[in-house]
Design a protein around this ligand. Structure first.
Ligand SMILES: Nc1ncnc2c1ncn2[C@@H]1O[C@H](COP(=O)(O)OP(=O)(O)OP(=O)(O)O)[C@@H](O)[C@H]1O
Length: 278
């Protein structure tokens, strides 16, 4: 399913935090949304998924304006994995994943055998079938992320909107989740902070700075040391991976022009007596 974002503005707390963003995401491709903290990635993704309507502009799913779709019609098209999930759900993990089946069925607690099979299959895909009977609230941060990703998969939608899905995940599970995303034929919009993971896993990346799209295109075209400096205020060095040949970035330091000046009396960095520092 194709996703077109047209001239989108979005407000948070009465302030415009996303301005004039236009992006087309072809069916079955992965768009990584990059940008510094507070640059508007989550706000843009909320607008795309229908969690919060844009203040102006449109989001089209295969040409259909999301403003004209019912909640259920949206839930059959777009599954969302949000960044914040402070909920202390006492429910078992399997029931949490079954929430993804609600748009397909008869409502919570009326799951069919197929719903249960899909939910168990999704847990299997994220490597978490052993968690099915555990309470969601008793899981670690990374285990919760994987269960919430399983819920999004179980929703069985053509579009996935994922806000920093690799938060809390160890490196093996980060790679696994991004490989799973790549292996689906879904259209994926995913906010990421790790530029090297994004370059490895996305067909295209969009870089938001202060709510505006500063760059958009294939990772190899977009990501370079100049962009990283201007968008993130960080100096970096590009190196090609000795085996894959893929471009990677080593991060050197905050760029000197923009790093905050130290204020007042310099703080001594000498380790105190008995410290574990060498
Ligand atoms: N609930 C809110 N009320 C008011 N302002 C908000 C709210 N949520 C976010 N904002 C503001 O909107 C702007 C964009 O925030 P957003 O969460 O979209 O950024 P982000 O790029 O996803 O950031 P991060 O990388 O830190 O997750 C920020 O300036 C933020 O302070």
């Amino acid at each position: 399913m194709r996703v077109d974002i047209e001239d989108l503005d979005a407000h948070r707390g009465g302030r415009r935090v996303v301005s004039e963003v236009s992006v087309s995401v072809p069916s079955g491709t992965v768009l990584g949304m990059l940008g510094p903290n507070g640059s508007g990635k989550s706000t843009l993704l909320r607008a795309v998924s229908g969690v919060a309507a844009p203040s102006s502009g449109r989001v089209l799913l295969d040409g259909a304006d999301t403003a004209s779709l019912s909640r259920r019609e949206m839930a059959l098209r777009v599954a969302v994995m949000a960044q914040e999930h402070s909920e202390e759900f006492e429910i078992p993990v399997l029931d949490m994943v079954l929430l993804g089946r609600i748009p397909h069925g008869r409502g919570f607690g009326n799951d069919s055998d197929r719903d249960v099979a899909v939910a168990l299959g999704a847990l299997e895909r994220v490597g978490a079938p052993h968690l099915a009977r555990r309470a969601f609230s008793a899981l670690s941060g990374g285990e919760r992320q994987r269960v919430l990703f399983a819920r999004a998969l179980a929703q069985d939608t053509p579009v996935l909107v994922l806000d920093e899905p690799t938060n809390h995940l160890d490196i093996a599970h980060q790679l696994e989740l991004l490989d799973l995303i790549r292996a689906t034929d879904k259209t994926v919009l995913v906010a990421l902070h790790d530029l090297n993971l994004a370059a490895r896993s996305c067909d295209a990346v969009g870089v938001l700075v202060d709510g505006r799209l500063a760059a958009l295109g294939a990772p190899t075209e977009v990501l370079d040391t100049a962009l990283i400096r201007s968008a993130f205020d960080v100096d970096s060095t590009a190196v090609d991976h000795p085996r894959s040949g893929r471009r990677h970035f080593l991060f050197d330091a905050r760029s000197p022009q923009t790093a905050p000046e130290p204020e007042g009396t310099p703080v001594s960095l000498t380790a105190p007596e008995g410290s574990i520092r060498p």
